[in-house]
Every structure is written in structure tokens, then in C-alpha cells.
Ligand binder design. Structure first.
Ligand code: ZN
Length: 627
């Protein structure tokens, strides 16, 4: 999964204690549940579902999915579950929500009732607030159906054991894409083949008025199913998709096997839906802005998104931390191995983005430079180690961007790009260039190609696999990486691969694109100030000039050296003040009061880049070379 930081505030999700209530005695065979979803009101952002659930008299415990795979927390959007009603033999049944777990419902099933009928509505949020599939998922032209938002399931069975027979009705004329096998389709009504609850929840549907299907590979079939808010957003030349064809080929060469029947990149292009990527075994649900295909600047920003989600089919779905492999959606997940699940995925996704041609080598290096610079200016590292950024996800992933450098972000993504690059360079050094991360991927994620399956792992399994590729003190390496409290970013991989992190006065293409798309001005590496184009201060970096002068998040920069603030005015002032003696004067508004702060800063503008270190061999260029 990848969340996109610059798209509005995310709502904090609180962890509630899990509660396992008294359950009806499981029947001898797992039940088959039917669910029919009416999405014809998608444009109103309300979805209707009707389920039939076999039951026995007594108290029937039903769960609304709470811990959503790939979302790493109790993010099931329970507050959007509405219109809940149960009947049996035509009679309305009493129900009550569990007092300790709001995702759990107890239904009174009277004698003589063997089938409970449940109807419910899922109301999709109308704004971008919310996390992942629980955020806005329907526009006038697009919808994404995440089945976990539309179903209930009975206690007493695993999600593998429960079987669902599912139908879906779409708005007339809309097309759709999904990895969920289809039994038949008649106009807007799709009947799916029976599937386990696991497969159902893992197989979302994208649908819309404007859709483009792009075949990428055959045997097995791999395709992009792209829905957009306009026809114009899909009007790009066919060769624009060549890097994605390369991606399927390069990934197979990296892993040596595939673990899906077929694969669908479900890609939504809309300025209204929430922007993120969510992985599945045979598909991914990825969402960017409407013009992300047609606009080269935006295309560069999203270049790593689909490779990351695709890599998850191997790393996250096929190979999965045991702590994240739960039998249902009620048992809590433990996120301690996200530095493998997400961190290695981020590294491999970045490597594949370059090997496939989605990024040039220079663009890939710029991306690594941005990661390294941000982590090198994250003073929160001194109180919070990398392991805690993973452990804390269920309660912390909705944190706001203000104070991010002191709180720390979800750093097990980006920091582990640097750490796994370091691993790659150590493997190469230890084996005199004979082995690389590719050998680890073949060993750990490869095996026989075939149907989706889950092979769990622990910390020791990862260390053992690394040791099989190249004997080394991997447990010691990772223990230090995960538990240290040093202030600086881990740069051993950049340096070991023959490059250096430097700062100069020129913004890279990627740096400017990120500022532009985020409506931000990023002076983090000069005066430690990140702000919006309208002057609102998002973050100040503890220990750097802006924070030292007394400026903090939530204040507003009004004027620089007596002139109204803009990005250009601030950059001009930084440049003019370099090597001078006059302080940088910032007029700041704070809760209706105005004050001028003087920063004794004369270092000029500073933006990160990677440059070659001629004293070492250039391993990075080989790492990202197409296979
Ligand atoms: Zn991910």
C-alpha cells in the first residue's frame, strides 16, 4: 500500500479492543453466503447490498470487516455502514452492536429460521478524509467496489472457509474490470463464480463510463483496467504503456515465478477519489489524479505507484509476515515486519520502475536523493526508531503532516529503500559481484508459478534466506538498522553503490513536481521550513533555523524581507542572503498576531541530488539496468 501524503488530512483511527463474543455453534460445513450488490446509485455514493446467511436459532454473531489486508490497521469504514436490517422467514429480527467492538453485531435468530437475510447500505464518503478504501470511492463517472465495505460474515469460520456467491449491478452503460472470476454477464449485471471470502475481499472491481483496457502480457494474462473521470484523460498513445509491458517482463525476471491466475492493474484517474495504492494478490487498486496519464509531470510523480503495488503480489501477498496473516478480518494484525512487507516492496518497486523505463536512471536517483534528504532531516529519529514506525501503524497512520519530522512518518517505506539498497550492495560485495538482491528474490519469492497461495515468514526466515544468498551478520545488520536512534539517515547503500548525497541550489525535476502538485514550497534543507503556497506552515524541522527562531507548524508566513510571501520571493531571498550579513526577516501570523522573526541564515538554497563518488564502483547503475 502507498498513501499519498499531499492529498488532505487523514482522519486518525483509534484502535478498539478486539472482542470475541459468544458465538453460535458452527455448523458442520462452512456456509455459503450470497451477496447481491446494487451499485446503480454509485453516483449518489450509496451502495446497497443484500445477503443471505445460513444460521441456526440462537445468537448469530456477524462481523463487518475491521482489519483490512494491506491497510495495516482497523480501518474497516464502520461509520459508513448504514441501513442495516435483518429478517428471517419474513420477520424482522432484533440485533445489537457489541458493546466492546463496534464492528460486531449480534442477531437474535428465532426457532424455525435457518436463513438470515441482511440488507445494508455502504455510503461512500463525499470528501477525501478517511483512510484508503474507506475514503471517497465514487464520482459521477467512476466507482471502485471494495467488497469488504459491503459484506458481513459469520463468526466461527476462517475467511478461507466461507464461500460467497456474488452478483453486482452497475449503472447502465458502465464497463468494469476485476480479477474476480466472472461466471456470466448480462448487460449491467455481473454474476461471479463462487469465491472464498478471502478471494472476494482481495478482488475489488473498478467500473466507469470511460474505461480503457490495455493488454500487457499473455500466459498469464496481465492487463490494465483504467477508469477516468473523462474520455480525454485516457486519450494517450498506445506506446505510453510500453514501460508497463516491460514491468511485467522485468518482474518475472526478478522473481523467477508468478503466483496469480491473471493480473489486473485497476487504475482510477480522478481528482476527487482518495489517492493511494492498495495491493491484492491478482490485482491492485491504485488511484491518481485525472491527468496522471496525459501530463508528463504527473506521470513522473506516479512512476513508482504501480510497480510498488505489483511487487506486492510476490512480497506481501504470496510471501507474508506470519504476524500479518490472520484467519479473518476481526483478529488484530501485527505490523512489526512492515520493513520487509512495505520496505522491500518500495525498494523493488523503485528498482523495477527504472528497469522497466517508467523512470530514467537520473529520475530514479533524484527519487532516492529526495528520500535520503528527508530522512536526513528527520530529528524524530532520535526518539523513535525505525521499528516503532512499523509497530505503531494501527494507531499512528492517520497522523497529520504537521510536526511530521519530529513525530516521524511511515518511514518503514522510504527508509527501507535505503536499507534494502544497502543490503543489495553488501550482497554484491560479499559475493564479489556474483549475487544480488535478484538472487534473494528468486529464492524467497520465486518457486513454482501457479495459483495464489500464502507462505508466511518470520524475522528469522528473512535472515536465513539472506544468509543462503550471501553469508553475513544479517541479524546484526537489521537489528542496528531497526533499533538505532542516530540522527542521520542510513546512507551506507547510496555510498556503497558508488554515489553521494549532496545539496546544491538547483531543484530537480522531481523536487519541483512534488512542490507543484502538493501546492508546497519546500525550504526544508536550508532553513527547515515546509509550507503551502499560501504561506501556511506545514512543518518546521527541530534544530534548524526556522524552528530555532521560534516558528512552528500552523503559523503562516506573510512576508519575506518586507515583501509579500511567494515561493519565488522566499527563494530569491535565500539566494540573495547567501554569504551576506543581514538576517532573513520573516513576518509570521500566529493565531491573529503578527511578529517578525530574524533568521541568521546565510547558506542559500539547498536541494538534494546524488552525484558519483569516483572512488567506488558504480553499482547503482547496474542495479537499475534492465535484465
Ligand atoms: Zn505497499
Amino acid at each position: 500500500m502507498i498513501s499519498v501524503r499531499c492529498y488532505g488530512l487523514l482522519i486518525a483511527i483509534l484502535v478498539t479492543p478486539s472482542f470475541f463474543a459468544a458465538q453460535t455453534t458452527p455448523q458442520s460445513a462452512p456456509p455459503t453466503i450470497t451477496v447481491s450488490v446494487d451499485a446503480t446509485d454509485a453516483q449518489r455514493k450509496i451502495f446497497h447490498a443484500h445477503l443471505t446467511i445460513p444460521a441456526t436459532p440462537g445468537s448469530l454473531t456477524l462481523y463487518y470487516p475491521k482489519w483490512i489486508p494491506g491497510e495495516h490497521g482497523p480501518t474497516g469504514p464502520i461509520e459508513e455502514l448504514t441501513g442495516l436490517r435483518f429478517t428471517g422467514n419474513g420477520q424482522v429480527l432484533n440485533w445489537r452492536r457489541d458493546l466492546l467492538d463496534g464492528w460486531t453485531f449480534h442477531v437474535d435468530v428465532p426457532q424455525g429460521v435457518s436463513l438470515v437475510e441482511a440488507s445494508l447500505d455502504y455510503v461512500s464518503p463525499t470528501g477525501r478524509d478517511g483512510l484508503y478504501t474507506g475514503a471517497l470511492s465514487a464520482t459521477d463517472k467512476i466507482t471502485e467496489i471494495a467488497w469488504n465495505t459491503l459484506i458481513l460474515y459469520p463468526a466461527g469460520w476462517t475467511s478461507d472457509e466461507l464461500s460467497y456467491e456474488t452478483t453486482l449491478r452497475l449503472p447502465t452503460g458502465w464497463k468494469s474490470g476485476t480479477a474476480l472470476p466472472i461466471a456470466s454477464q448480462s448487460g449491467p449485471e455481473i454474476k461471479f463464480k463462487p469465491a472464498s471470502l478471502t478471494t472476494l475481499v482481495d478482488s475489488p472491481v473498478i467500473a466507469g463510463e470511460y474505461m480503457r483496457v490495455v493488454p500487457l502480457a499473455e500466459n498469464p494474462r496481465q492487463e490494465m483496467d483504467i477508469a477516468a473521470d473523462s474520455a480525454a484523460a485516457l486519450d494517450v498513445p498506445a506506446d505510453l504503456f510500453d514501460p508497463y509491458k516491460n514491468l511485467t517482463d522485468q518482474a518475472f525476471k526478478l522473481f523467477g515465478a508468478r503466483h496469480f491466475r491473471d493480473y489486473h492493474f485497476l487504475y482510477s484517474l480522478s481528482d476527487h477519489v482518495a489517492h493511494f495504492g492498495l495491493e491484492h494478490h491478482e490485482s491492485n487498486d491504485s488511484r491518481s489524479g485525472e491527468r496522471y496519464l496525459v501530463d508528463p509531470e504527473l506521470r513522473l510523480l506516479a512512476a513508482g505507484l504501480l510497480p510498488h503495488e505489483y511487487v506486492h503480489s510476490w512480497n506481501g501477498k504470496y510471501r507474508r509476515p506470519a504476524d500479518l496473516t490472520t484467519p479473518n478480518y476481526e483478529d488484530p494484525m501485527k505490523d512489526d515486519l512492515l520493513w520487509v512487507y512495505e520496505g522491500l516492496t518500495s525498494y523493488l518497486g523503485d528498482v523495477l520502475s527504472a528497469r522497466s523505463g517508467l523512470r530514467t536512471p537520473e529520475q530514479l536517483r533524484d527519487s532516492v536523493a529526495l528520500i535520503a534528504a528527508k530522512l536526513d532531516h528527520t530529528p524524530g529519529r532520535t526518539w523513535r526508531n525505525l521499528q516503532d514506525t512499523a509497530d505503531g501503524v494501527p494507531s499512528m497512520q492517520g497522523a497529520p503532516p504537521e510536526w511530521e519530522s519530529w513525530r516521524r512518518d511511515l518511514d518503514y517505506y522510504d527508509e527501507d529503500v535505503l536499507n534494502w539498497l544497502w543490503v543489495d550492495t553488501i550482497v554484491r560485495q560479499q559475493t564479489a559481484g556474483k549475487k544480488s538482491i535478484d538472487d534473494f528474490c528468486h529464492l524467497f519469492h520465486g518457486g513454482e508459478s501457479g495459483l495464489p497461495e500464502v507462505k508466511t515468514y518470520t524475522f528469522d526466515d528473512v535472515m536465513n534466506a539472506l544468509n543462503q544468498v550471501a553469508p553475513y551478520d544479517w541479524a546484526g545488520f537489521w537489528t542496528v538498522r531497526l533499533t538505532n536512534h542516530t540522527a542521520g539517515a542510513p546512507l551506507g547503500g547510496i555510498e556503497g553503490s558508488g554515489w553521494k548525497l549532496v545539496y546544491d541550489e538547483t531543484r530537480s525535476e522531481l523536487f519541483r513536481d512534488e512542490e507543484h502538485e502538493g501546492d508546497e514550497v519546500n525550504a526544508s534543507y536550508s532553513i527547515g521550513l515546509l509550507l503551502k503556497e499560501d504561506g501556511r506552515i506545514v512543518d518546521t524541522i527541530e534544530g534548524m533555523p526556522a524552528a530555532q527562531a521560534g516558528i512552528g507548524p500552523g503559523m503562516k508566513l506573510v512576508a519575506v524581507n518586507g515583501r509579500r510571501f511567494s515561493g519565488d520571493v522566499l527563494r530569491d531571498a535565500l539566494r540573495a542572503g547567501k554569504n551576506g550579513s543581514e538576517p532573513l526577516q520573516l513576518l509570521i501570523e500566529n493565531t491573529d498576531y503578527f511578529r517578525t522573526f530574524n533568521l541568521n541564515y546565510h547558506g542559500g538554497e539547498k536541494y538534494p541530488h546524488l552525484v558519483r563518488d569516483g572512488s567506488r564502483p558504480d553499482l547503482l547503475t547496474d542495479i537499475i539496468r534492465p535484465r
